[in-house]
Design a protein around this ligand. Sequence first.
Ligand code: GRF
Length: 224
Amino acid sequence: MKVGVLVSGRGSNLEAVLDAVAAGRLPGVEPVLVISNRPGVPALAIAERHGVPTRVMQRADFVDRAARDAAIGRALAESGAELALLAGYDQLLAGAYFSAFTGRTINVHPSLLPRHGGAGMMGLAVHASVLAAGDRETGVTIHDVTPELDQGPPIAQVRVAVRIGETADELAARVLVVEHQMVVAVLARLGAEGSGAHLSASMTAAPRARTRPRMTHERHAPDA
Ligand code: GRF
């Protein structure tokens, strides 16, 4: 299964995937392209270190966001990617993307969606929101991304207990470890099935949350 990865920054989820590929733990997965909407980010260096082709596709280089997102979709299609992984990609994808790339697109979100998803729920804000709400548990959701907000179904969801008195930074660090495990586990399953297109509805990397999630897109940051 050829995989394209969309990134915006740090790239630790990307690194978890590329390390797993390098270690032979994802035999069915071939990373073919990493696209960033921001130049000079650590994720690009990680891709280069692993010999994966990279592209920077900033909105400023296109007439508008739809044109940029269509170009991202075309680049993925031309790379042969069957699956696109949003690994810390901080933009909402325009409908034009889904017209250009008809493979599966999945996203990693650091909470138990639909809790703490939606506008502004990115990075530390997610974990601060969990703590402010007094939630006793949070977690990670990997879900399909569709053009319709809230329509992308969950693929896997894993719970993480919130510790009394911990900071958002501490919670984020613990959740991130689970993200890395989950993204590799989900890709392993998809790769073993030979394609991202036919993931069985029963697949979970770990127990589901008690609440059945309605999926919410997380990428509403100012465009870049
Ligand atoms: C992760 O927490 C991911 O769930 C969210 O953005 C963060 C990206 O981290 N979508 P990284 O770039 O993979 O290190």
